[in-house]
Write a protein that binds this ligand. Structure first.
Ligand code: NAP
Length: 262
């Protein structure tokens, strides 16, 4: 038995999640891999068991399916060997807002928002009681940039950032570290799956470089890690500007500029 905490990674069959699995396995952590494609996860699990000599369980689940999601929640609640949750599974719908159907959007929100939140909610009480553990939520720089035009996807990622910051405030004092990772374009299947061409973008990162940078932030116990951002002072300035507003929100009267109709 490894003494390091086990890591449950969603969306571990390919892309960023599969690299997280590789890196945590080579750090000596046992793994639980979660996604829909069992054969891809079994192949990855075989390789990691051989290379890293860790225990790897495969949990096939469609996280937009209520019963599958409940099974993963139950595993997180009951398996005391899991001390890290990497909430990575995510999707991007095709087209722009006018072309997207309500059903497409509901599916994306179910995965990017509902499943991610419920899984964090399933593991958090156990980690808080233990006074240790981590929840890593994969957001996106799109959540900071409506200008990019991936509006509903970006809104789900803005949710992930807010959720992570709020949970860090709630759970941090109880010893639980919550990290939001905000990648920019990374070369994975998400682009092809959503009918987009990653090669048409001005720049994109490899999954290996992205995850290795995110793990540097993880080891530093950062709350927000933005691997591609060259000047962290820009993020700090945005946070400082937001926090400067906080004392001004609670008012008995509307601001002067709203006191006349003109
Ligand atoms: P990807 O290569 O498409 O991988 C997505 C993973 O999620 C796959 O393992 C997929 O496996 C799993 N998944 C999709 N739908 C699922 C469902 N209903 N239930 C369970 N698992 C499901 O994408 P990626 O780029 O690695 O994305 C990982 C995360 O990074 C996402 O949250 C994404 O939003 C975020 N991100 C990506 C980029 C980028 O440019 N690539 C940039 C910023 C943020 P199965 O198909 O086997 O289920």
């Amino acid at each position: 038995m490894s003494v390091k905490p086990g890591v449950l990674i969603t969306g571990a069959s390919t892309g960023i999640g599969a690299v997280y699995a590789d890196r945590f396995a080579h750090r000596g952590h046992d793994l639980v891999l979660v996604a829909r494609d069992r054969s891809r996860m079994e192949q990855l699990a075989d390789r990691l068991r051989r290379e890293a000599r860790v225990r790897v369980d495969v949990l096939q689940a469609d996280l937009t399916d209520e019963r599958d999601l409940e099974r993963v929640e139950q595993r997180l609640r009951e398996d005391a060997s899991i001390g890290v949750l990497v909430n990575n599974a995510g999707a991007l719908t095709q087209g722009d807002f006018l072309a997207q159907s309500g059903g497409d959007l509901a599916g994306m929100i179910a995965l990017n928002v509902t499943a991610l939140t419920r899984l964090a909610n399933a593991i958090a009480p156990r980690l808080a009681a233990a006074g240790e553990g981590s929840i890593v939520n994969i957001g996106s720089i799109v959540g900071l940039a409506p200008e990019i035009g991936l509006t509903v996807y970006g809104a789900t990622k803005a949710f992930v950032l807010f959720l992570s910051q709020g949970l860090n405030l709630e759970l941090g004092p109880k010893g639980v570290h919550v990290q939001a990772v905000l990648p920019s374009a990374t070369r994975t299947e998400i682009w092809e799956r959503s009918g987009r061409d990653v090669n048409a973008l001005p720049a994109s990162m490899s999954t290996g470089e992205l995850v290795d940078a995110a793990l540097v932030g993880f080891d530093r116990r950062e709350t927000v890690t933005i691997p591609p951002l060259p000047d962290v002072g820009q993020w700090s300035a945005l946070e400082a500007a937001r926090q400067a507003m906080l004392p001004n929100f609670m008012q008995a009267h509307a601001a002067e500029r709203y006191r006349s109709a003109a």
